[in-house]
Design a protein around this ligand. Structure first.
Ligand code: PLP
Length: 426
């Protein structure tokens, strides 16, 4: 009999994928389902990027390569982080390329967090195992908690609300920091919230981290997840907290090609970090990844360089398309009855609070008492697939995630159906 590890038994399957698959199965069965579930852009990979990979494949770049990537590609990413994001003291040696942002997240959690079985004593905890704490403003992307927990971290949620744009303030973060804090996770623009921190808000958080590092939390590091940095349209400029000199050597910037370039299936992500801290961290990533997966698919490296250096036009035209879609969905959502929503300013998600409708019954007779039951009723009765917010943590249980990586026509049709669903509730 197969005995599956407790570690895996404790993992929850992704609700996002479950709803996406249900919507797809209904579509295959001929139902006219409008899906707003997938967390990926509807745009294809730019042709020049595909061509670069094909050329490299045909030229025979098909063998093992250095674990964290070839030197040219690591250098190209370092140049991007230096010039676009202002990360200081960042060279190719400070870059770890992994098989998607999610894989890089998994590896970095293994690198930064100990569990009681791998901890070997000593250190600042004085010879006694102290579970490292991971601070996470919630609602947040569903993979942070499992990746941190599998590595031995204890996730401390910092609740946020729709009223403050789902953002934790510097003061709230200060209150959550303890001597056990190992990692603070920030994600701007946010999945699932679609909102962004302003540069000033991030600078205030950075100052709190610097102060805590000098006093109670000497081991604190920051993970800045910037996967959606290119998809912004609300007038808030993107700011990389790793550019702040006082904390640069505590920040790991996580990014990848999935969202900005329509490359979710390629599986390309990376981390960048600064100076001596960044070098030590990146060497540790090489040790861990070297025992996990080694390098990513070798003929994709030239394609990464093309994406980063020659696709600005495609990225901009997509950003403009997302901006128009956001305008449509922001306008439509604010007109719906008893829906509270924060204006989407980045990524491609709206995350409205639908809890005012809990306690009602759908036209098909389903009792609506949670985001999950509402999403199920909407899918079954009105053929629209949203993702229920329970798994994003915090107030997410009162919200649904609507991914608007689809045409304006589909957004309007979906909002018509959503409006009808709400109007039919009794
Ligand atoms: N970070 C956030 C906030 C995300 O939403 C995702 C994907 O949905 C990722 C990281 C990882 O993306 P990938 O593994 O495709 O690079």
């Amino acid at each position: 009999m197969l005995s599956v590890s407790r570690r895996v038994q404790a993992l929850k399957p992704s609700v996002t994928i479950a709803f996406m698959n249900r919507a797809k199965a209904m579509q295959r069965a001929g139902k006219d389902v409008l899906s707003f579930a997938a967390g990926e852009p509807d745009f294809d990979t730019p042709q020049s990027v595909k061509d670069a990979a094909i050329k490299s494949l045909l030229a025979g770049q098909t063998k093992y390569m250095p674990t964290l990537g070839d030197p040219d590609t690591r250098a190209a990413i370092a140049k991007k982080l230096t010039e676009e994001n202002g990360i200081p003291n960042c060279t190719g040696e400070h870059i770890a390329i992994g098989a998607g942002g999610k894989h890089s997240l998994f590896v970095l959690c293994q690198v930064l967090l100990d569990d009681s079985t791998t901890w070997s004593g000593g250190g600042s905890s004085g010879g006694e195992y102290v579970q490292p704490e991971v601070l996470l403003p919630v609602p947040a992307w569903v993979s942070y908690v499992p990746c941190a927990e599998i590595a031995g971290g204890k996730v401390i949620e910092i609740p946020t609300t729709v009223e403050n744009g789902f953002k934790a303030s510097a003061e709230e973060i200060r209150r959550a920091i303890t001597p056990r804090t190992r990692l603070l996770v920030l994600n701007s623009p946010s999945n699932p919230c679609g909102t962004m921190y302003t540069p000033e808000e991030l600078q205030a958080i950075g100052r709190v981290v610097a102060e805590a590092a000098a006093t109670i939390a000497p081991n604190i590091t920051v993970l800045s997840d910037e996967l959606y940095e290119k998809i912004i349209y609300g007038g808030i400029p993107h700011f990389s907290i790793g550019s702040m000199p006082e904390i640069a050597e505590r920040v790991i910037t996580l990014n990848g090609l999935s969202k900005a370039y329509g490359m979710t299936g390629w599986r390309i992500g990376y981390t960048g970090a600064s100076g001596a801290f960044g070098k030590k961290f990146t060497d540790a990533m090489a040790t861990m990844q070297g025992q996990m997966s080694t390098n990513i698919t070798s003929f994709t490296y030239p394609a990464i360089r093309i994406a980063l250096t020659q696709c600005a036009e495609e990225v901009e035209s997509r950003r403009v398309a997302f901006a128009k879609r956001a305008e449509v969905i922001n306008a439509r959502l604010t007109k719906l009855p008893s829906i509270k929503t924060a204006r989407a300013t980045g990524a491609f998600y709206a995350f409205p609070d639908i809890s005012a409708h809990f306690g009602k019954t759908s036209k098909g007779g389903k009792k609506i008492d949670s985001a999950m039951s509402m999403c199920e009723a909407m899918l079954e009765e009105n053929y629209i697939a949203f993702v229920p917010g329970e798994d994003f943590g915090g107030c997410g249980k009162n919200h649904v995630r609507i991914s608007f990586a689809c045409s304006e026509q589909q957004i309007n049709a979906g909002m018509d159906r959503f409006g009808q669903f709400l109007a039919d509730l009794k």
